[in-house]
Design a protein around this ligand. Sequence first.
Ligand SMILES: [Zn+2]
Length: 309
Amino acid sequence: MSDVRQHADDIHDQFSDHLDVTVEDVEERLATLVDEYKVPMDEARRSVTNHYLEEAGLDREDLSSGSSEAVNVEEVDEPEEWVDLTAKVIELWDPRSDAVAQVGLLGDPTGTIKFTKWAKSELPALEEGGVYSLQNVVTDEYQGRYSVKLNSTTIIEELEEELEVGDDTSEIEGALVDMQSGSGLIKRCPKEDCTRVLQNGRCNEHGEVEGEFDLRIKAVVDDGLDAHEVIFDKDATEELTGLSLEEAKDMAMDALDTTVVADEIADDIVGTYYRIEGPTFGRYVLADDVSELDGPADAEQLLIKARSM
Ligand SMILES: [Zn+2]
């Protein structure tokens, strides 16, 4: 096989699911650039690939590298990797954007992970409770939480098997010893699917935007053995502090300063003992179920427990 033919073959493989194009078509385009216009091969490849990307209406990230690796949910710990998963659809959520066809939670024996299926991928619908082989999905990361994206190159196969889903819920009992920056009344980017926390009115991705207020706590809880990073979302924060988002906004407005909210919350919760239950995402535990403990007595129990381990 000629060099050009080999490269044409590679490019053809990437587009065969998307375009009605023959290897000969691809080879001819490459050959014209390389032979007639003396374009270096890698540049010619890029140019021909871009041509077909445009024709197929795809982004570069939609194309598989052709080397996705079969992994467990637990093993997803890098963004932008192509992987294959065998997983069960635990829950489907309502997509918040027209660009998303389906969004929800996948699980396998090692844990759970969020998935997003793009509308333009035109993939078949996944059903709650279904077990699927998902080839060519791309990993993503946001604030230590990993997710996978199903795109137009993803191959979905429904499996006739049961799959046990691992419990990745954490339970922590300990003292809330620190509240981290980025807690309290924060502003998030309002762009679709972004929700990044703004720094001085700026989103890392979208620049200066009119943010939307939200309440959040990032806390460190020490169980006597380890320090755990725990995130309380708006609901969990309201429940923990008794302070609603509206009240927090009023407080900040009165003081002309949003940091008063974080200060007030820190006064309220730092040093208190809690029992916290929730799913683990990366290095964070998301507080789902929180109860306050009587400090010292429980602290003693924790020490006893710690010694017995
Ligand atoms: Zn943004």
